[in-house]
Ligand binder design. Sequence first.
Ligand code: AHR
Length: 705
Amino acid sequence: MKNLHSHKLCPAKDGLCPVRLLRIVGMNPLRFWKKALSMVPTGLATFAALAVCAESTNSTAVLQIKADQVTAHVSPILYGLMTEEINYAYDGGLYAELIRNRTFKESVTNVYIPHWTVVQTGNSNAAISLDTNQPVNDALTISLKLEIAKASRNQPAGIANDGFWGIPLKPQTTYHASFYAKAAKGFSGPVTVALVGNANGTIFASAKVRHLTDTWQKYEVTLTTDKVPASKDNHFAITAENSGTVWFSFVSLFPPTYKNRANGNRDDIMQLLADMKPSFLRFPGGNYLEGDTIETRFNWKNTLGDISKRPGHNNDAWHYWSSDGMGLLDFMHWCEDLNMQPVLAVYAGYSLRQQHINPGTDLEPYVQDALDEIEYLTGGTSTTWGARRAQDGHPVPFKLQYVEIGNEDQFDRSGTYGARFAQFYDAIKAKNPQLQLIATTRVTNREPDVVDEHYYRAAPHDMESHGNDYDSRPRKGPKVFVGEWATRIGSPTPNISGALGDAAWMVGMERNSDLVIMSCYAPLFVNVSDLTNADRVARSMQWPTDLIGYDALSSYGSPGYYAQKMFNLNHGDDVLAVTSSNVPMMDWQPPARRRNGVEQPAPPLQHIPTLFFNATRDSKTGIIFMKVVNTAAAPQTVQFEISGTSSIMTKGAGVLMRADKPDDTNSINDPTKVVPTPIELDGLGENFAREFPPYSITVFRVMAK
Ligand code: AHR
């Protein structure tokens, strides 16, 4: 990028830069100085004018778009999704199950059974406890024992579940409840299954199971609400009218799911994702893939088939129980439903507490596990694992192009990743030469097809300061997958400052997408129900800043979500050459870091642009997509000069997202405060000027031939 800014003219560049001070107090430096000039004696005004950084004075930024010079092609899979079980992303999130602790494994103490309580009404009298002596199968080893000493028709007793921060109910909606039960001699039911309001016990829907037996049976009922208020302040209950003992296991409640899939996903969150049109899904992590220990890794073989046969596991990487309702095949259904290709991350022998498997013989079972996993997804039904997939309900093999070996293996202090990668690489390529293999960090003994790079940047303007990084990256070697990235400004979800950093970063990735072929923001999801609980197990968020927020009832996209949607829906396939001049700059002081508890000297002051931009084109239609990000507190005008076209329509359209203040954001209670709005443009041609509002992201289309 050609940049005519000369910061040398600013006499205060290392300290109290007047431009920066004016911006901090929300004033436009240009307007301020014009006003000052008209008010103060000429000598003083001249001095004042000199004190202004050259970049912010007189000249308009000029962008020259050369439509006859294609510098790269936009990767068709540039924008995708990264997902793992963090922040109650699946359980209590996308996975639609409403009962929390449905198999009672969140705790094995007899004293406290998380999310389950005994129901005693009037004079009824009952107690609940966990019982490990009545297993249903190898996975359902714990049951909930209900002992009713006294109950009657008007004063029933039973069990209740409070869900993932509430049981959400909507009017005229049918819920599907199921549970396993076994009665002791002398008790045969009936039991009533109900959806109950917390406020005064109003029963919004109920159904009866008339007869229980003394062996484990699965019971299923549907519960349909009438004109209930949409609310999450409800609970689920199973009650009885007689005394006796009954055991329960795998108690489940599902609302209608996206595309009506059994064991499916929440409709509202899937719709938010569908609207982004993501091209791939990276799963199942992230730290969740690795686990804190080898034992608690994502063990895909335990996540297959009937959900009542999945043992679940301790997601110790993020401190809560995982039901594994979101199993390997469920990830693939998710991909199918949103037309995404899978980017499968296989466990590669390293877990977060520095446990690792030595390359060689020790690693062989894990390599075989990855080969089996690939076969499960892609093998014909005559293969062992392809047959298992067919048995699980999906005879048609899936398409798979990318497999990632591990996650963030630069943290493995044993230094074994190079050899581990090579062992996986050789075995996978030998059997599946068509697969593209992704390394999670630099390796030297094999050339990976792609390397996954992660960038989390938290300080204001940090991400912007890296916006042009890939412009100068050498093109030799593996392609780049930015498999986790985020401007971590805003909690639980990014505010407009975060979105501006994201947009500056995306502009750069898009411009360099011959090299950066894939990218996905992380984390994707956060349950916002309990953000501050001192108990990290009880908290619904383990990691701010997250793209999409929700509680039990509703969900919302952050400004960062909308920025991604704007970008992914408007990029075409050609990157056009753009030269620029007079791009305004600002000073940014990166914060000092601490190393081993000691504060390091402040890094050098940086001069970073306040405008980020690129031009791409749809080669079929000729439409040019212009993206302009104005990170400044003041409006900025850009002069566009388009060459290399034979005609340009004067009218165009696009979308604009802007905010008044840098911390403006969306939230569960104000979900659409900062969203893109359509814009119409006139006066387009080979030369035109346009003003971009403060704190704004603009994408507009120029119809050109
Ligand atoms: O996105 C949160 C975590 O950040 C991921 O689990 C891990 O890969 C990274 O360190």
